[in-house]
Design a protein around this ligand. Structure first.
Ligand code: FE
Ligand code: FE
Ligand code: ZN
Length: 277
């Protein structure tokens, strides 16, 4: 099954997101757990979750992917910011745990001058405090473009975090096509080579999701500006190879392209037409 969808607004709740997904031909979706720039989550609505679960199973909606707020920095220098990061992630994970197939994606963090090694240490420390053996949801480290002091622009940094986390079976990786290309992994010219490197350093078994984006900026620019599918430096042919690659094709693909709903519907239809049977 081709699992394809996009980022949706969570303001109407879970059932609304699933209905919207169906209306645009998607069977997966991503959403923010709360305002991406910070702030409180909406009150938890168990009736909405129950309706969502029934609707999702009837309509083949799988792997709802929660995206942590951008303000969550697990390796911030200020202790109170790390407390916010820990409490936000713990609260988010409680909220999504009843959703079948729930995934939780976060930007590993920005070390803000403390150095990548200290960033890795703090990120792993937070994960060791937050992850629990009882949780259902998997937590995914997103591959980053390496702008500023971002941790996770190199596969080795993701591996170093994973190495330090105790509950490794709760941890995975989400590969963002715009980010890895901007970070200097040539998925346009040598997708096989990049996947070989990812497998050697991180392990392909850890890869649980793909953010499918084109990039406004050239290879290795370390910029992170998403472009519509086929409108950027990656191009439609390279992204077509991503969705059909034997090592990737069973993963869920989430568009985070600059689109309104009709644009997403068109991209989903385009990608379905480019998918090999
Ligand atoms: Fe992201
Ligand atoms: Fe992303
Ligand atoms: Zn991005």
């Amino acid at each position: 099954m081709f699992k394809i969808g996009c980022h949706l607004s969570s303001s109407g709740g879970y059932l609304k997101m699933a209905e919207t997904a169906v209306s645009i031909g998607a069977n997966v979706f991503q959403y923010f757990t709360r305002n991406p720039r910070g702030g409180a989550a909406k009150p938890y609505d168990p009736a909405d979750v129950e309706k969502y679960i029934a609707f999702a199973s009837e309509n083949g909606i799988v792997t709802p992917l929660a995206h942590a707020p951008y303000t969550l920095n697990a390796c911030a220098a200020k202790p109170q910011l790390r407390v916010f990061a820990r409490e936000t992630m713990a609260d988010d994970l409680r909220r999504i745990d009843a959703l079948p197939g729930a995934l939780y994606n976060f930007h590993p963090g920005s070390h803000v001058g403390q150095g990548a090694d200290e960033g890795v240490r703090l990120i792993a420390e937070l994960l060791n405090e937050v992850l629990s053996a009882q949780q259902n949801a998997a937590v995914l480290l997103e591959t980053m473009s390496g702008k500023g002091s971002e941790v996770g622009g190199r596969f080795e940094e993701l591996r170093a975090i994973i190495d330090r986390v105790e509950l490794k079976d709760k941890l995975g990786v989400c590969l963002d096509t715009c980010h890895v290309y901007d970070a200097g992994y040539d998925i346009v010219g040598d997708l096989d080579g990049v996947l070989r490197e990812f497998d050697a350093v991180v392990g392909l078994e850890r890869l649980r999701a793909v953010h499918l984006n084109d990039s406004k900026n050239p290879f290795a620019s370390h910029k992170d500006r998403h472009e519509v599918i086929g409108g950027g430096a990656l191009g439609l042919d390279a992204l077509t190879r991503v969705i059909n690659h034997p090592l990737l094709r069973e993963l869920p693909f989430y568009l985070e392209t600059p689109n309104e709903l009709d644009g997403y519907a068109a991209e989903i239809a385009l990608l379905k037409s480019r998918r090999d049977d």
